[in-house]
Structures are given as C-alpha cells and as structure tokens.
Design a protein around this ligand. Structure first.
Ligand SMILES: Nc1nc2c(ncn2[C@@H]2O[C@H](COP(=O)(O)OP(=O)(O)O)[C@@H](O)[C@H]2O)c(=O)[nH]1
Ligand SMILES: [Mg+2]
Length: 431
C-alpha cells in the first residue's frame, strides 16, 4: 500500500493532489487540522488540513514523488501549484448528473460486449431447436460464455460507479471516503451521506465535528445490538453458537461461559452438539473441566433436550456446535433439526470479520433457514474492514451481540455496543 500525506488549505485541493499522485481509486485514510507557522506553540499560525491518502498500487510516480521515494509516508506541502484543470478534473460528476449513472466512456466500452451477448443469445435460440450431442455441448459452452460476459459487464458497471464521487460539501465527502475506506459498501456510504446532507444546513455542513457526530448518530440508529446474554429475558439463558468451522465458536463459548461464571456469578452448564462424531468435542470438554462446569456431548435432538432438562438448576446453558459448511445442505439440515424452533434456545450466528463480504452473506443466507437471533463477529483483531460489520447488519437487519477481539480466553470478548461499532468505522476516539 502506498501512503501519502498532504498539508493543504482544503479538501478539494487535497483530492486533486491525491488523484494526480495516487490515481482516482485512492482513498483518504485520515484527516486532521494542524497549525502551521509562527507564534508560541504555533498558536497564531495558519490552520491547514493534513490529509493522508492510500492507494493499493502507486500510480506512475512523478519526478517529485520519485525523489521522495525513500520514505513510506511523505508530507507534501502545497499552496497554489496545482492547475485549475487538475482541480476541475477531480470532480468527475457534473452537478446535474446522477452520481450513480454509468459514464459515457464505460457505456462505450460496454457496447461491443452487449453486441456479443446479443449474438450469443441468437445462436442459443437457433441451437435449442436442434438437439444432437454436439449441439448440446456447444450450448453448454455458449452458456458459460454468456455467464462470463454478464460478469464482465457487471464489473465494468460497478467500476464506473466507484469512480464517480457524490457531489457533496467537503466534510461529507471526507466522511464518505472514510466509510468506504473502512469497507462500508459504496451504496450504503452514499445513502448515509446524502441523507445527512438533506437533514443539515449548509452552515452545519461546514463544521467537521458536527458532521461527524451527525453521521455517527445516523449509524447508531442503523445498527442494532442485543446486550449479549444479559439482554435475554428468560431467567434461564440458553444460547447456541452456530456457524462454519474455524470461525471461533468454541473459543467464544468458553469466553461467554467464563464471563457468566466470574462476572455474573451464574451457574453455567455446557452442551456440545457433535453430529459428525468428530474430535471437536475434546476441546470444549477440557475447557469445561478447567472451569468446573458440567458438559454433555450430544448427537441428536432428543439427547440435547434431555441434557437441557437435566440442567434445570443452571442459570446459563451454552451450546457449542460442530462446524457446518454453508455449502453442505445435509449438514445444514442436521443443524436445523436441532435449532429450528424460536424462543427456547437463542441462536447466535458466529462470523469471522476476516471473511469476504460475499462469503459472510452466503453463510448468513444459508444459516437463515434457522431462526438467528443475533450475530457474533470474531477476529476483529485480525481485520480492519469494520465496514463489513455494518454492511452485514444493514443487509440482514440482524442485531450484533458480541465482538471477539483475540484468542485469549476469557478476556478477548466484548458485548457489542453501538458506540464501539461506530467508533471502529469512523475512528472517533482517535481524532
Ligand atoms: N485472532 C483471533 N483468533 C480467534 C478469535 N476467536 C477464535 N480464534 C482462533 O480461531 C481458531 C478457531 O477457533 P475455534 O473456536 O476452534 O473455532 P470453531 O471451529 O468455530 O469452534 C483458534 O485458533 C482460535 O484461537 C479471535 O477473536 N481472534
Ligand atoms: Mg469448535
């Protein structure tokens, strides 16, 4: 990743330099106001904006950038050397044009592909009237090509979208960039800043702190949380942790169980659902021994029900499950048999923050065949893509219950809070 820092008068100026040096896909990582110039502690100096931007690949470096190549982050000071033409170029979106529309350039690039697609469709139509083996084979091939082309068109259209910035006052544009940099999907980031703009005056939009708090409040309204086990109403709290293998279910069960015992002084029992007769139960067994909690390893639903009944006196029952691939329908059906009823057992879906958004979406869709009460995100310590958490929460409207932030048992867990989640996305405490 290539990082550059600029001291400029305003964000428009910074954007022009960033685009010139790092290309149009570069993103703003941070901004802060700095005092420059004379006076004790710089008190009477000029206030400048310091903007740090990043690009995954450096644009062909300018002579100036080459000279400064030895440092990872170089501060550039600019007062007026940038040309009007470059400034104008920074804002690709004309004021009266929808920011989401596809650019003419992309449209031109897409035309030959669309023609090819039409040709393939016609050939497919002809072929479907004949039915020998060779034609079936060709049909298959053409269908694949059709799929690939559709994919290419999709990529082109989304690239064109990502090149166009919404036409916004600079503070909102800055926060839009920051949310995108943190992995919030472009369409969500766009919706949020446009909505914010509609609900604030032009004067308010000039005040960066005001705009940031405004957006933070909006995000807090969007995201839903439960207070973990403490948010559950029944006296006896029964939760099951579901999800793919390796996301951190067993580790999280151990952390929650410890917290229930030590912090809330509750009697805790553990259950391990082990349909694969795997050795996975060994891990949770040894943990149960350590904390002196009873554990039952069960293979079917009636065994699980018996175990739950036997733990009548326990205030918290935490159920660990063996990994279940979202692509294995048989395993999913088996899990469903255990956890398809709503109410008695609260199902927590465990997702790793290090997974790709598309994989997380697939997991949540597939596990959605069971009633999912809330989501636990693990491995936040290994990811900076906090936007994924929001993307997911917005898309599936599921509350978050816990955040796991490391491997250590019991300390590396937090009950999800709105403030913490928004801080992760906007880095409020760091500014
Ligand atoms: N870095 C990090 N590692 C974690 C976290 N939670 C779990 N792990 C690790 O992920 C691996 C798989 O965890 P495990 O609980 O066995 O996953 P399961 O298959 O879903 O039960 C282990 O090495 C854990 O130590 C976390 O929040 N951060
Ligand atoms: Mg496990």
């Amino acid at each position: 990743m290539n990082l550059k820092r600029y001291r400029v008068k305003n964000i428009k100026e910074a954007l022009a330099f960033i685009k010139r040096d790092l290309g149009p896909d570069a993103l703003i990582v941070s901004t802060r106001q700095v005092k420059e110039g004379k006076g004790a502690f710089g008190m009477f100096g000029k206030t400048m904006l310091e903007v740090t931007a990043a690009a995954s690949e450096a644009k062909k470096p300018s002579a100036r950038a080459k000279a400064a190549d030895t440092k990872a982050v170089e501060t550039y000071r600019h007062d007026s050397e940038i040309s009007e033409a470059t400034m104008a170029n920074t804002f690709l979106t004309p004021k009266n044009k929808s920011a989401l529309s596809i650019s003419d350039e992309t449209r031109k690039m897409m035309m030959p592909i669309q023609k090819e697609l039409q040709g393939i469709r016609l050939t497919l139509g002809d072929l479907s009237n004949q039915s020998d083996g060779l034609n079936n084979h060709m049909m298959g091939q053409l269908k694949n090509e059709l799929g690939e082309m559709r994919h290419m068109l999709h990529i082109l259209a989304s690239r064109s979208n990502s090149l166009s910035e919404p036409d916004l006052p600079e503070n909102l544009l800055l926060l839009y960039q920051q949310m995108k940099f943190s992995g919030l999907e472009e369409k969500f980031a766009r919706r949020i800043v446009l909505e914010a703009q509609r609900n604030m005056t032009e004067d308010d939009a000039e005040n960066y702190a005001y705009v940031k708090i405004f957006i933070a409040r909006m995000l807090m309204k969007i995201i839903k949380i439960t207070k973990g086990l403490e948010g559950l109403k029944p006296q006896q709290k029964i939760v099951a942790l579901l999800g793919p293998t390796g996301v951190g279910k067993t580790t999280t069960v151990a952390k929650i169980a410890s917290e229930q015992m030590t912090k809330y002084k509750r009697k805790v029992a553990l259950i391990s659902v082990d349909t694969n007769h795997s050795s996975a139960a060994r891990q949770i067994r040894s943990f149960a021994k350590m904390i002196k909690a009873p554990i039952s390893v069960v293979n079917d639903k009636s065994e699980m029900n018996k175990a739950i009944s036997s733990y009548e006196d326990y205030e918290s029952i935490i159920i660990d499950t063996d990994g279940c691939s979202q692509r294995n329908e048989k395993q999913l059906l088996e899990m469903r048999e255990f956890f398809d009823e709503r109410g008695r057992i609260h199902n927590y879906l465990v997702l790793s923050a290090t997974s790709k958004d598309s994989d997380m979406n697939e997991v949540t869709r597939k596990f959605g065949s069971m009633p999912i009460d809330s989501i636990i995100f693990t491995k936040l310590d290994e990811s900076a893509a906090y936007g994924s958490l929001f993307n997911h929460a917005i898309r599936f409207k599921k509350p978050l219950s816990y955040l796991s932030v490391g491997q250590k048992i019991p300390e590396d867990i937090e009950v999800a809070s709105k403030e913490r989640l928004v801080d992760l996305l906007l880095n409020i405490s760091g500014t």
